[in-house]
Design a protein. Structure first.
Length: 307
C-alpha cells in the first residue's frame, strides 16, 4: 500500500535529519569543558576594592576604576596604553582576575595579566605571563603563557611560550584567568581548568625571587599577531580590556614561615587526577604552540624540555 511506503520514506528522511544533529551534539559534548573538581577562583575571596591591592603604573588617563572599586577598565589608543601594578610583591601565591576582551579588529594589541620583577631587576628579571594576542575579525584570540627566568633583555632572551585558542569567545563575557606559583611549580588556569603546569626542574629554570602582579594593554605590533603581519590599526581605537574579581592570595617576602603557599588542588600540592585529565583535554584540543616541540628552538637553553 501507499501509506507504509510513505511512512518508511518519512522515517528515512527523519533519520537523515536526526543523525547529523546527533553527531553535532556528540561532538559538542565531547569537546565540552570538563570539570577539574577544584575551583581556585572561588576558593579564595576577591579583593574588596581595586585600590586595596593595586595602583596605576602608567597611562592614568587611559584607566577607569568603577565607583565601588570592583572593576577596572584600561584602554589603548594612538596616544597611550595603560597598566596597573600590585602594591606589594609576593614570594608565592594564587593570582586571578575575570577579564573581558574587545571584539573586532585588535591585531597588534596585547592585553596582559602577569607576574614580574622587571623594575627591581631590569634586564635580568623573572616573569610569568598570561597574554592575549590581538587578532583580526573571524580569527580567534591567542592566549599565550610564558615564563622568563633571570635573563630577559640581556641579549639571551629565553621564552617558554605555550599558546592556546580558547573554547569560548573571550569577548562575549568575563572569564576567570589565574596563575598559581609556589616553590615547586607554576600552573596556569582558564575558568579553573589547568591548561599548563610548569614544574621546577632546577634553580636555573624556575623563578624564585619576589614578583609583583600587573595588568596592562599595549601596542606590540612588531610581533603580537601572526609574527607582526597585522599591526595595530588606530581607526578601530580605543582598544579596551575590562578586569574584575581580582584574587590576590599570596605570601609577601617578609611573611613568616607559617604563611603557606596557596594550594593548587584539593590535596594541597600538585594536581589531582581530574585536574590532569582536564589539562590533557585543554592541551589536546586547544594548544596551538609548545616551545618544547618547536624544532627551530635551541633546546640546550631550555633543559626542562628534555626531562
Amino acid at each position: 500500500s501507499v501509506v507504509p511506503h510513505l511512512s518508511r520514506t518519512s522515517a528515512l528522511i527523519t533519520m537523515d535529519l536526526f543523525l547529523p544533529c546527533l553527531l553535532f551534539v556528540m561532538l559538542h559534548w565531547s569537546n565540552a569543558q570538563p570539570s577539574p573538581g577544584y575551583f581556585p577562583s572561588y576558593r579564595f575571596r576577591p579583593l574588596r576594592g581595586f585600590y586595596r591591592g593595586f595602583n596605576n603604573l602608567w597611562g592614568p588617563e587611559h584607566q577607569s576604576v568603577s565607583g565601588d572599586q570592583s572593576s577596572v577598565t584600561i584602554w589603548l589608543d594612538r596616544n597611550s596604553g595603560s597598566g596597573f601594578k600590585s602594591i606589594r610583591p609576593f614570594r608565592n601565591g594564587y593570582f586571578g582576575a575575570s577579564i573581558k576582551l574587545q571584539p573586532g579588529y585588535t591585531a597588534g594589541v596585547i592585553t596582559a595579566f602577569y607576574l614580574s620583577n622587571n623594575q627591581a631587576h631590569p634586564g635580568f628579571h623573572d616573569e610569568v605571563d598570561i597574554e592575549f594576542l590581538g587578532t583580526t575579525p573571524g580569527k580567534p584570540y591567542t592566549l599565550q603563557t610564558n615564563v622568563y627566568v633571570r635573563g630577559s633583555g640581556d641579549g639571551n632572551i629565553i621564552g617558554r611560550e605555550m599558546k592556546f585558542h580558547l573554547w569560548f569567545d573571550p569577548t562575549a563575557g568575563f572569564h576567570n584567568y589565574g596563575i598559581l606559583w609556589n616553590p615547586n611549580e607554576i600552573i596556569f588556569f582558564v575558568d579553573d581548568v589547568p591548561i599548563r603546569q610548569y614544574p621546577r626542574k632546577s634553580a636555573g629554570t624556575f623563578p624564585q625571587r619576589p614578583m609583583w602582579l600587573y595588568g596592562s594593554i599595549w601596542d606590540a605590533s612588531s610581533w603580537a599577531t601572526e609574527d607582526g603581519k597585522y599591526r595595530a590599526d588606530y581607526r578601530y581605537q580605543p582598544f579596551v580590556a575590562r578586569f574584575t574579581r581580582f584574587i590576590v592570595r599570596g605570601c609577601a617576602p617578609s611573611a613568616p614561615p607559617r604563611c603557606r603557599p596557596a594550594p593548587s588542588s584539593s590535596y594541597g600540592a600538585g594536581l589531582s587526577r581530574r585536574q590532569y585529565a582536564a589539562m590533557g583535554w585543554a592541551q589536546r584540543h586547544f594548544m596551538v604552540y609548545d616551545y618544547c616541540r618547536d624544532p627551530k628552538r635551541d633546546h640546550s637553553l631550555t633543559p626542562e624540555c628534555r626531562s
